[in-house]
Structures are given as structure tokens and as C-alpha cells.
Design a protein around this ligand. Structure first.
Ligand code: UVW
Length: 334
């Protein structure tokens, strides 16, 4: 458990570096290590109805992503010009944080020590290394491309439909303020939905954030996101403890940062982005990837219709060497 993790010099309690090391080799997968063959085989038992739901919001769904990030640039190339034949290619460029994504364990560091998972001191040069023969993936950095070496992510997904729960129970809830979801809320919703957490689960939480932006004009989207106050899971050390102790393989949601922004200190005073509690614990200390901006409306409808909130989850990030973030290409299979 969190309180029993070995002390790591200079780091706070809850630092899981070395926990998943094997045969003298430094681990780069973090809590994906909970996904053993037995856990994956058990997850396949969730596949019963033959129904598949995509959890991926379109890249470019937000016209001007927050924090000054670059949105989608999609260029279609006419092959009549390039190859003198009829047809098309296309070129895309975007910040991987602009729509549905996984945050790798290199994305957000433990701020006081500026270290990523395993104490890695990542720098831009290492992440974009080019050798004489082209790109050289760095095998020591916990980036998302390495998920391919372990066959992507296959797990049992468990869905916490907080938005539905709030709507049905008259709870005042606005995704575009810093309204928060506490551990007590998560447990209440899980109980209502009949969800039982198991080690190796990927927990997926719906707040209504992405669907409220879907189809809105760029101006309305900018207005809704403009305050940089956003809903999410309450960022405290006790919350982090709960997530670690549940042995989740990863966490995801439709929120822009998964956790509430801004985080607040013990006196309720707002902290800067460098004070994000769960980003530091999950990514840098635990090695637990965070999924953000997933599109969960169809998942909500399917779970309600089928009357169950667990499923087989698959995800295969882009195989871009050195990728700090990536669209998840995530599917829920029932
Ligand atoms: C930050 O990068 C601060 O947050 P996110 O991972 O939510 O984009």
C-alpha cells in the first residue's frame, strides 16, 4: 500500500520507483505492470454482447486548445500534383494534448526535483534524439511508444458516470468551474452502478467536459475554457493514496486535466499549475498514466442500455518514438 512504499531519498512518501524493476532492469511501464496475463484473460470475460464503443474525441474538436497549445493542422495532398495520378494523401500536425490523449510518464514531472518516473531527468534533446540513421528511440525513457513492445494496453475498464449521477441526483455540477469529484463521490457512484474495482482495472470517469464543448463555436469553447478553472478529481494526497491502493493500471476521464484545476492548498488557496497534485503523484511518483479529454457520451449511453459499467478496454497509442503524449485509440468492448 501507499504507506508501505519504501522511502526514496529526497522524495515524498508514495514514490514507487523501483517497485516494478525486474532482473536488475529499470522499469518503464509503471502501473501497466498490474496487467499480467491472468488479469488480461479475466478482462476478456467482459466481452459478451459483441458491442464496441470508441472513446476517442476527434482530434481538432477544440478549435483553440487551452494553455496556448496547437490544435489540428490537417493538409490534404493531391496526388495529381505529387505523383501524377488520381488520389490523395494527408499530413497532420497537432499538439498531442489538444484532444483525447494519454499522458506518458514523461509528461509532467515532480516539480520540486524536476524528475519524471524513476527519477528520470528528461530533456527535450533526449526525447527527440536523431542519429545518423534517423530517429533513435531512447529505451530508458518511459514514453508511450514503448507500450507497443508490450502489445499496447488491454485491460478491464470500469466506468464511473459521475455526470449521470449528478444529473439524476440533483447535484449542482458545472464542468467549466473547478467543481470537484472526491473519493467519496467515486465510491458512491461505483456502488450505485454496481461497480466493483479489481487490481489492474483502468478507471474511466465522466464529467461531461468534452461533450459540452462538442459542436460549439470556437468562441463559445474559448469562453467555457477561458477561466482555466476546470472540473476534475479532487487533487489531494489522500486521493492519490486511494488510486494507488486500488492498484489501477491507469486512469482516464473526459476532463482536460483529469484533476480539478486549480489544485488548492490545505487552506483552500489556489495553487499554480506546478501545484497539480495528482499529475505529480500519478505520472512522476507512481508511474500511472493519465488519460484526458476522452469522449465518454456514447460509453454512458451504452453502459446505461446494457446495465453494466465494466468492459474490455483496448488502447494503442501512436507509435511515435519518444512520444510524451498520444491519442489513445481506445475502444470499450462489451
Ligand atoms: C498539464 O500539462 C499541466 O496538464 P494536462 O496534462 O492536463 O494537459
Amino acid at each position: 500500500d501507499f504507506d508501505d512504499l519504501p522511502t526514496v531519498k529526497g522524495m515524498p512518501q508514495g514514490c514507487a520507483w523501483s517497485i516494478f524493476d525486474k532482473d536488475g532492469k529499470k522499469d518503464i511501464y509503471g502501473t501497466l505492470n498490474h496487467l499480467t496475463p491472468d488479469v488480461i484473460k479475466a478482462a476478456y470475460k467482459e466481452l459478451r454482447e459483441g458491442v464496441s464503443v470508441s472513446l476517442n474525441w476527434p482530434i481538432g474538436a477544440i478549435q483553440s486548445p487551452g494553455f496556448g497549445r496547437k490544435g489540428l493542422d490537417h493538409k490534404v495532398i493531391n496526388l495529381a500534383d505529387a505523383l501524377k495520378c488520381h488520389g490523395y494523401d494527408d499530413e497532420v500536425s497537432f499538439n498531442t494534448q489538444c484532444s483525447s490523449q494519454w499522458d506518458s510518464l514523461c509528461h509532467f514531472h515532480h516539480q520540486p526535483t524536476q524528475t519524471a518516473y524513476q527519477g528520470v531527468k528528461t530533456n527535450v534533446k533526449e526525447l527527440t534524439q536523431m542519429g545518423a540513421d534517423g530517429y533513435v528511440p531512447n529505451l530508458d525513457l518511459p514514453t508511450l511508444d514503448h507500450w507497443h513492445a508490450r502489445g499496447g494496453l488491454v485491460a478491464r475498464g470500469v466506468f464511473i458516470d459521475y455526470k449521470l449521477y449528478a444529473d439524476e441526483n440533483g447535484i449542482s455540477w458545472n464542468p467549466y468551474t473547478n467543481d470537484k469529484i472526491t473519493v467519496e463521490d467515486l465510491e458512491k457512484v461505483a456502488k450505485k452502478q454496481g461497480v466493483e474495482f479489481k487490481p489492474g482495472d483502468v478507471i474511466i470517469i465522466r464529467s461531461g467536459f468534452t461533450e459540452g464543448l462538442t459542436g460549439q463555436s470556437g468562441d463559445v469553447q474559448a469562453e467555457l475554457m477561458g477561466s482555466h478553472k476546470v472540473c476534475g478529481v479532487y487533487g489531494t494526497i489522500d486521493t492519490a493514496k486511494w488510486f494507488w491502493n486500488k492498484r489501477f493500471a491507469a486512469v482516464a476521464g473526459d476532463m482536460i486535466a483529469f484533476e480539478q484545476i486549480p489544485s488548492v492548498d490545505e487552506n483552500g488557496q489556489p495553487l499554480g499549475i506546478d501545484g497539480l497534485v495528482l499529475h505529480q503523484y500519478f505520472l512522476a511518483l507512481f508511474g500511472m498514466s493519465i488519460g484526458e479529454l476522452w469522449d465518454l457520451k456514447a460509453l454512458s449511453e451504452t453502459c446505461k442500455k446494457l446495465g453494466r459499467y465494466s468492459f474490455l478496454l483496448t488502447s494503442s497509442p501512436l507509435n511515435v518514438p519518444g512520444s510524451v503524449g498520444s491519442p489513445p485509440n481506445a475502444l470499450a468492448l462489451f
